[in-house]
Design a protein around this ligand. Structure first.
Ligand SMILES: NC(=O)c1ccc[n+]([C@@H]2O[C@H](COP(=O)([O-])OP(=O)(O)OC[C@H]3O[C@@H](n4cnc5c(N)ncnc54)[C@H](O)[C@@H]3O)[C@@H](O)[C@H]2O)c1
Ligand SMILES: N[C@@H](CCO)C(=O)O
Length: 346
């Protein structure tokens, strides 16, 4: 029986959700997945850090109050976040990186990933910054150190689009995609349709664990831009930088715009898209579009996301599912660990 030792870097909504899954389901995973998980370290800027090579009680971690230095309440815990120690010296086989997404330079998460990969430790992450901004470098680093760098949760949370498109649609000649790739902005647009004010809807999305630390990234399209770069580079072999993608958001869509659209049988949606051009280049954008209600993406409501892949062989293949949420995104970390287990237990 394989036991993976995991260190959690960032202990906000997603990694706390992951600890909850471990607390609730480790015994079931032993049977269904052929492995169990032991949490050997946690580090968080706000909560502090802890290393416990014999393993931490996942339920006790979940119950920890969200207050400064809270990890110091556990035996051996510290009120300071010793990130490097936890990443390099907790004895972890896998680092689950879920700190803030920094859409400008991907730091410090990119450094955390480098530390782990250079130390021969697998990385699973839901953080979009390192992949969109330094993906090629980190993948090469992982290959050189013969470890995995997995990031299924970076796009569409727990809905498995990256591996689905790369593996199950391999050979189907993916030429482009368009999708609703941000849960918060779609939630806000849906709530506004039901009469809620923009700011109140954003606060609700924050309370539900959907929004980024700075929700401007959600409503101005910056979060979708990172996801478009990730998908285009993964699936279309594009070499897009963030600055290559024209980007606007939903903050200038008023309640009146939404009401008028409804009256005309249409809906505003924030759409991220990329398409291969006839000269082989890839053009990508993020913008609010007015979709007729007959459009397959028009009815996608709340924090649900959907992406439609334009394939040469099958035409449009559309996948829809949770686009944000703590447990939903924690599931993506589990699916990355399953991928590591499958690849490394052959
Ligand atoms: N919540 C979702 O629905 C969702 C979905 C997909 C991807 N993501 C991504 O997953 C990551 C985590 O999301 P979340 O909802 O858990 O965020 P969160 O804000 O709840 O938690 C992030 C945690 O990281 C910690 N942190 C920040 N900087 C740190 C540093 N330098 N060192 C150590 N700890 C640090 C914070 O203190 C915080 O507790 C983000 O990058 C987010 O974009 C989130
Ligand atoms: N803030 C992001 C989280 C998922 O990446 C969203 O709302 O889609």
């Amino acid at each position: 029986m394989t036991e993976y030792k995991i260190a959690l870097v960032g202990f906000g909504g997603v990694n706390r959700g992951f600890a909850q899954l471990v607390a609730d389901r480790n015994a079931e995973w032993k049977e269904s997945l052929g492995f169990t998980i032991k949490i050997v370290g946690v580090t968080d800027l706000f909560l502090g850090s802890i290393v416990a090579k014999d393993g931490l009680d996942a339920q006790q971690l979940v119950a920890l109050p969200i207050e400064k230095g809270a990890l110091a309440q556990l035996p051996g815990g510290n009120a300071e976040a010793f990130n490097e120690t936890v990443i390099k010296h907790s004895g972890a086989d896998i680092i689950a990186e879920a700190t803030f997404t920094n859409p400008v330079d991907g730091e410090p998460a990119t450094t955390f990933c480098r530390w782990a990969l250079e130390s021969g430790i697998h990385v699973v992450t839901t953080n979009k910054g390192p992949i969109a901004l330094h993906g090629a470098e980190l993948k090469a680093l992982a290959r050189r150190n013969q470890v995995a760098f997995e990031y299924e949760g970076a796009v569409m949370s727990g809905t498995p689009v990256i591996r689905l498109a790369k593996q199950a649609l391999a050979g189907a000649n993916v030429q482009g995609f368009e999708g609703i790739l941000n849960g918060t902005s779609n939630y806000v647009l849906t709530q506004m349709k039901d009469g809620l004010a923009f700011n109140d809807a954003v606060v609700q999305a924050q309370q539900l664990g959907y929004a980024e630390a700075d929700p401007t990234a959600d409503v101005e399209g910056f979060d979708v831009r990172l996801k478009v770069v990730i998908l285009a580079n993964e699936l279309l072999n594009a070499r897009l930088n963030v600055s290559d993608v024209a980007c606007s958001g939903i903050s200038n869509i008023s309640a009146e715009d939404i009401a008028q659209a409804s009256a005309n049988g249409a809906s505003w949606k924030l759409i991220g898209s990329a398409e291969r051009e006839t000269d082989g280049s890839v053009r990508a954008s993020v913008e609010a579009r007015l979709l007729p209600n007959s459009h397959p993406l028009a009815g996608i409501a709340g924090a649900t996301n959907a992406v439609s892949f334009n394939t040469g062989l099958l035409g449009a293949v559309t996948v829809s599912g949770p686009g944000a949420g703590r447990i939903e995104t924690a599931f993506a970390l589990l699916s990355d660990i399953v991928a590591i287990h499958t690849a490394h237990s052959k």
